[in-house]
Design a protein around this ligand. Structure first.
Ligand SMILES: C[S@@+](CC[C@H](N)C(=O)[O-])C[C@H]1O[C@@H](n2cnc3c(N)ncnc32)[C@H](O)[C@@H]1O
Length: 432
């Protein structure tokens, strides 16, 4: 078994206390019962409010990991004759999955794992006695990974076969397993240096202040935080608004707008405003950003972030002024298949049907935007998905219907295994 599992043994995991393990298993149980992963983590952390910082980080990490490695862990359970379908109590499934994750993925010993899960905790009711768990965890059982390369990669990195197949359609040849592995790692913390300071100026100041960061070669203002701590959030530079938290792929997508000072931009799917801030910085105070979104709640967040940063040239009209725009960014609602590192439970919620529905929405938004756009205006269509049906296929179908538009240069494809960030897609479409 060891040979097949060395990929996981190198994973660095802190030591969970019993209380930390309990919170993680409770949260995973909530995910099994249908609760979104983020909500499950925050509710478990609120219940176990006495946990210290390391334990809290461990809980969030463990819960993400249990979704990330679900298929592999279920195979490990099946190999022991205890497939989840044979464990009738969801509590047993959650405990067994957690215990197998500790053994199989993190390389913890059976003894260490039992310290975390032995009775009387973590969750009840429970039908698996300690003796049975200890015996199962002490066994060396071959996993029996499939020989077919795609099935093997999908199993080893725990993706549904249909999703791995869809990613394989567009992944660089021979790199599918790397893409899947990258979608399974913990996300990087990346910052964007705002114009009231250049990256070259800020980098030595941050380093000297005890915040380890490094410049990302791919984007001019991007900094990767290289330690695991969250101390940077308490730094003066963050509090002064000189740094913006932004995935490297997001920075590359917003950069594809190539806006210049004085221009007018519509951020049509502005959400909580991350890219609106990026664009506002790029057009400067002589330019204008109109932010729009169908979600009033997200737009309210964008509005308050822009107000806090005193970005007076960002406005939120009911009808975005598409007719005035030099560039319209359509950061479309998508499956998030490129950012599964953040939302690993989505792997098990996405369906082909959902992707088809998203494509209809994405085309609908482009349709809404193109009519009022002036000649020479640019639409930047982007997603944080790596799936062709949400990316190239949307652009192809749109262009087939709109001969007045053309592609401006090859689309941007950001692969998560090649950068310290998620997978993104972007295309510049010019209206002639
Ligand atoms: C990928 S998120 C945008 C993220 C945002 N641009 C950022 O940088 O933080 C997609 C957004 O599209 C919005 N949305 C969904 N359907 C829409 C529609 N028909 N028109 C405009 N926005 C829409 C969603 O509410 C969501 O906020």
């Amino acid at each position: 078994m060891a040979e097949e599992l060395t990929f996981g043994a190198s994973t660095v995991v802190g030591r969970a206390s019993r209380a930390g393990a309990t919170a993680a298993i409770e949260a995973h149980l909530a995910v099994l019962k249908g609760k979104p992963l983020r909500a499950a983590i925050s509710e478990a952390l609120a219940r176990h409010h006495k946990l210290g910082g390391n334990d809290r980080r461990f809980v969030a990490f463990a819960v993400r990991e249990l979704s990330r490695h679900q298929r592999l862990l279920d195979l490990a359970a099946k190999a022991r004759g205890r497939a989840p379908s044979s464990l009738h109590l969801p509590e047993d499934q959650a405990i067994f999955r957690y215990a197998l994750w500790r053994r199989v993925v993190t390389g913890a010993s059976a003894e260490r794992t039992m310290i975390e899960v032995a009775l009387p905790g973590p969750v009840r009711p429970r039908s698996l006695p300690d003796a049975v768990l200890t015996e199962e965890l002490s066994k060396e059982v071959p996993l029996g990974l499939p020989d077919d390369p795609l099935e093997r990669a999908a199993t080893l990195h725990s993706f549904p076969t249909w999703l791995a197949t869809a990613i394989a359609e567009v992944a660089p040849p021979g790199e599918l397993a790397d893409v899947l592995a990258a979608l399974n790692r913990e996300p990087f913390l990346t910052l964007k240096v705002r114009p009231n300071g250049t990256r070259d100026e800020l980098l030595p100041l941050l380093t000297a202040g005890g915040f380890p960061v490094k410049a990302c070669d791919e984007s001019p203002d991007a900094l990767q935080v290289t330690d695991e701590g969250r101390a940077i959030f308490e730094s003066r530079w963050m509090k002064e608004g000189r740094l913006l938290v932004m995935d490297l792929g997001s920075q590359l997508l917003a950069g594809l707008c190539r806006v210049t000072p004085g221009q007018t931009v519509v951020d049509f799917c502005a959400g909580a405003g991350g890219k609106s801030i990026f664009l506002a910085d790029a057009v400067g105070p002589s330019g204008r950003v109109y932010a729009h979104d169908t979600s009033a709640k997200r737009l309210a967040e964008a509005r308050s972030r822009c107000a806090e940063l005193k970005l007076r040239h960002v406005s939120f009209p009911k009808e975005p002024r598409l007719d005035l725009a030099d560039v319209v960014l359509v950061d479309a609602p998508c499956s998030g298949s490129g950012t599964l590192a953040r939302e690993p439970d989505q792997k098990w919620k996405l369906t082909k049907q959902k992707i088809a529905e998203l494509q209809t929405t994405q085309l609908g938004i482009l349709e809404q935007v193109v009519g009022p756009l002036k000649r020479g205006g640019v639409i930047v269509y982007g997603t944080c998905s790596v799936l062709k049906d949400e990316d190239e296929a949307v652009v192809e179908r749109f262009l087939a219907k709109h001969p007045e538009c053309t592609l401006d240069g090859p689309p941007l494809r950001v692969w998560p295994h090649r950068i310290a960030g998620g997978g993104f897609f972007g295309a510049r479409l010019v209206k002639r």
